[in-house]
Design a protein around this ligand. Structure first.
Ligand code: HEC
Ligand code: HEC
Length: 219
């Protein structure tokens, strides 16, 4: 078996394409390193187009999940979103549908679409069961001091906004959050820190149900 012969033209084209890719990446990196400044208008516009074409059927054009099967992305922190997309693409985070979706996105597209979804305003509905949500408020703010469950607020922040590395939980679809907590328990979702695996494993059923009810209605 010989090597496939590549014509000089084709070789030049490949080198040129690789150069373009590196140049594109450098432009994205510069924009990224600029930090939490208002993103360039064309980034948002590119992100909006990508979202409309590739993501809206499940996550909605403005980041409201089309059904309880899909997480809301509106207002989610862009660095967190970008990291999850990279994790889906690398297989660090497993989801049949998202692994395929993320694998075809370039680094620039990941950043543009993440910026776009962060710029959208979440729509939040009131809790269906306010008493359950009240119990969840305690879990969120104080954890469970009797079992050593840490308070979610200590990482996810006041008002559930998260930060660059940590996800926003406010207004997230409760069934999605509950499924993720269960995935952390059975370790079908593990990030490098594995911190949520330890935390979710300490949670009782009522703690999970109540905290997701509370977070889903948090504005
Ligand atoms: C066919 C439906 C579908 C499409 C289309 C889709 N997704 Fe998803 N997405 C999902 C599902 C289902 C999950 C939850 C995966 C899990 O359980 O871990 C998800 C999860 C995510 C997450 C993780 C959210 C979080 O809070 O951790 C991100 C980010 C994401 N999708 C971004 C995108 C982007 C960007 C696109 C378009 C390029 C897209 N998705 C297209 C179904 C879809
Ligand atoms: C020590 C810090 C820390 C504490 C305390 C903490 N979390 Fe997290 N949480 C994280 C990190 C880090 C991630 C991101 C994990 C990843 O990227 O996979 C995360 C992710 C999550 C996610 C996934 C969100 C998404 O959009 O997919 C949920 C749900 C969650 N945490 C719920 C909770 C709840 C509920 C509590 C309180 C009982 C809590 N966390 C306490 C650090 C923490």
């Amino acid at each position: 078996m010989g090597f496939k012969r590549i014509s000089p033209q084709r070789r030049r084209l490949q080198v040129w394409a690789a150069g373009l890719w590196v140049a594109g990446w450098a432009v994205c990196s510069a924009a990224w390193a600029a930090g939490p400044v208002p993103p360039a208008a064309d980034d948002i516009a590119t992100g909006a187009q990508l979202a409309a074409k590739h993501c809206a059927s499940c996550h909605g054009a403005t980041g409201q999940g089309a059904s309880t099967d899909f997480p809301n992305l509106a207002g989610q922190n862009e660095k967190y979103l970008a990291k999850q997309l990279r994790d889906f693409a690398s297989g660090q985070r497993d989801s049949t549908v998202m692994d395929m979706k993320a694998a075809v996105l370039s680094e620039c597209s990941i950043r543009a679409v993440s910026r776009y979804y962060q710029s959208q305003t979440p729509k939040v509905a009131p809790a269906k069961d306010p008493m359950l949500a009240n119990a969840g408020a305690f879990v969120y703010e104080r954890g469970n001091p009797y079992t050593g469950l840490p308070a979610c607020v200590s990482c996810h922040g006041t008002g559930g906004r998260g930060n660059a590395e940590l996800p926003r939980l406010a207004g997230q679809n409760p069934l999605y959050i509950e499924r993720q907590l269960k995935k952390f328990v059975d370790r079908s979702r593990v990030d490098e820190s594995a911190v949520m695996n330890v935390i979710a494993s300490r949670m009782s059923e009522i703690e999970m149900k109540s905290v997701v009810e509370y977070l889903g209605a948090m504005k």
